[in-house]
Each structure stands twice: as C-alpha cells, then as structure tokens.
Design a protein. Structure first.
Length: 381
C-alpha cells in the first residue's frame, strides 16, 4: 500500500513532457505515470476538437508520444508488477526454484536477526542429533526454515526453525513462556501466516489450542458428537466418545453444559475433541495447562494409546511432561530450535541431574550429614 501511494504521488511532482519520448517512457515504468500520460494524450485530442479512434492510436499528433505508446507502457507495467508480486509471494512461501531459495538464503544472511544467538557448537549439534531410524519414518509434519517477523519493525517470533514430526511418535516443542512455541504452533496449524519458510501437514488434523474453543450451551457429549462429524469420520462416534471420556475421567460430566465445567475438565474435553474422529495429525498446544497431576497422567496415557498410527505434536513448558510423553523433543529458545533429540539422549548428553544445596548452622551439621546420606542411599538404591 505504501509503494502504491508513493507511485501515485510522484506523477503530481513531475511534469509529463510528451515531446520527450525517452523521458516519458522511463517515467511510464510507473503505472500511474503511464496512465497520466495516456490521459494527457486524450486531453490533447479533446482540446483540438479531433476525433480519437482506433486509427489515431499511432498518430503522433502534437507530440512524439502517442496513445498506443501509453497503452503499451501500461501493459509492460502490469507485467513487471505481476512478476514483482510473484517474487514477493515466493519469498514468503519459499516455494520457488532452487536458485531462488539459495538467493533468498544469501540475502537473509546480510540482515541481523534479533534475539539471543545460538552458540556454533550447539548449532552443529543439531546435525549430529538426527536419529537415523527416525529419519526413515513417515513425517506428517515437516517445517523448513520457518521464520516469523511481526510487522516491518517488529521482532522475530521464529528464526529459521526446522522440525520433522513423524508418525507413531509424540513430538514435543519444549520451551519457557515466550520462547516461540505457540507462534510455531499457530503457523503449523494455519492460524498465523509465516514470513518465510514452508510448512507441510499431511492429512486431516485434530486441534487443541491454548484457549478452549467450546460452545457454552452444548454439553461435553454434544461437543464430541459435533467434532466427530465435523471431521467426516465414519466410525461409531458414541463408542469412541465414551472411551475418551472414561480415559480422561470426565464421563460423569458428559451431560454438563460447557459453561458449567471446571477449567481442568474443559481442557480434558478439548483434548478429547482433538483426538476424536481418527485424525492423522493431532496438534496440542499446552493441553495440560490448568490440570491437576492426576489429569495430566490421564492425558499422557491417552496419547501413548492413540499415537500408534498418528502424528502428535505437543507444546509444553513442563520438562517432566516432555520426558514422560515425548518420543522426540525439540527445545525452543528465542524463536530458534536449539536442541533436538529423544528425552533419553538429551538427558544423557546435557542433563546434570538435581542439585540440592542446604545451608545450616554448625549445630545441625551432623543432622544434615546423616539426612543427606540417607537420601543419597535411597536415590541410588
């Protein structure tokens, strides 16, 4: 819009001298300037009281720039502006040819991306951490060079993020609040448009966003009926719904209106809504937020049961949840995925365990030593 406004204003500050065809041709590369030149030619015919028809298109008249020249320049302007729009669109979607991607990568290298820099040895570790067995599996979610910038002068929510979520596994996006998990999640599910990069999601999805997408006047059971049929599933919705409600321990609330459910039960219902209907891909954005420990365990057991033929992507800031439910963990910091690997691999390579520091007076030193000795013995038993 800004470029169009500038192109519209510039002709008002430049005189269209039709007697100078070369200058007029150059100026007419601006669509609005070419339009103004065409109008001036037509005004000249009107002032002279002459008829302007198809036969007069190539007539020079009182100037060296005729109406045909103006129309040709308008066509040229349409062509180059369409090419420019296509180029910008390719830069946003990153779906161009190989040379275009390489050119964009080189251009992006000239700009400083804000945010905390990743150490070279950690970045190199991303390549070393690829599980060869996992790389051969089918990936229903593939993210490449995903970048999200907010506005022309805003910060970066995501920077060059790569992700591969495979079928039969729970892939976890782990990071603190503000790390970029929800931004990545919103781009993957199509809620937010990326600035650069590609996202490929194979098959129908089941979605559980951070906010509860519930209808206040529908019961929990009615929600499950609605989302089962919304996904076009042909299976027995009632049997599946009852099993999900039993698994997540809210069967007793099946006939309660959504507006009367507790916060934890609402989250359970949202998880069930995402799972029901047998979708290929299940996207869960912090599904256990607001749940008690027992409910979190129920969700973890459910995901382990349904993951066999599905691809599950889950975001969380709980390390213990990522360890229990995740088969593959991607750690996000400042919009970048800084580490990838299985929970066991990450714990073995980067984990330091738990450190307990106790400071006491000299009087209780003996008690502290005895207590820590017993705790150490039980921890290693």
């Amino acid at each position: 819009m800004l470029l169009w406004a500038v192109s519209f204003i510039i002709p008002s500050f430049t005189d269209v001298e039709l007697d100078r065809p070369f200058q007029t041709y150059i100026y007419s590369l601006n669509l609005n300037h070419a339009l103004l030149a065409a109008v001036n030619v037509m005004v000249g015919y009107d002032q002279r009281g002459k008829h302007l028809g198809f036969g007069e298109l190539f007539e020079r008249g009182s100037s060296n720039f005729n109406l045909a020249s103006a129309l040709i320049m308008l066509i040229i302007d349409c062509v180059w502006m369409h090419l420019y729009a296509w180029t910008v669109d390719q830069s946003r979607k990153a779906e161009g040819t190989k040379w275009f991607k390489e050119w964009m990568k080189e251009m992006r290298g000239h700009y400083h991306l804000e945010g905390e820099q990743v150490k070279p040895e950690v970045r190199k570790g991303l390549v070393d951490e690829v599980d060869q067995v996992r790389s051969s599996k089918v990936a229903d979610i593939e993210v490449e060079a995903l970048t999200k910038k907010y506005g022309l002068t805003g910060g970066y929510g995501l920077i060059d993020m790569n992700l591969r979520a495979t079928r039969g596994q729970v892939t976890v996006l782990l990071g603190h609040n503000g790390a970029g998990k929800s931004t990545a999640f919103n781009v993957i599910c199509g809620k937010t448009k990326p600035t650069f990069g590609t996202v490929h999601v194979e098959g129908p999805i089941g979605l559980c966003p951070q906010t509860n997408p519930l209808f206040a006047k529908l019961s929990a059971r009615e929600h499950l009926w609605f989302f089962h049929h919304l996904k076009g599933s042909s299976g027995d919705w009632e049997e599946e719904a009852e099993r999900l409600m039993h698994d997540l321990d809210f069967y007793d609330a099946k006939d309660e209106l959504a507006q009367n459910l507790s916060g934890g039960t609402k989250r359970k219902l949202c998880v069930a809504m995402a799972v029901i209907g047998d979708p290929n891909v299940i996207l869960l954005d912090e599904p256990t937020a607001g749940m008690d420990p027992g409910a979190r365990i129920a969700v973890e057991k459910l995901l382990q049961r349904v993951k066999k033929d599905r691809t599950i992507l889950l975001t969380t800031h709980f390390m213990d949840e990522a360890e229990k439910v995740g088969d593959w963990v991607t750690i996000i910091q400042s919009g970048r995925n800084i580490l990838n690997g299985s929970p066991e691999y990450l714990k073995k390579k980067y984990g330091t365990g738990y450190i307990l520091t106790v400071v006491g007076s000299p009087v209780v030193d003996g008690v502290i030593q005895d207590t820590t000795a017993r705790v150490d013995y039980q921890a290693n038993a």
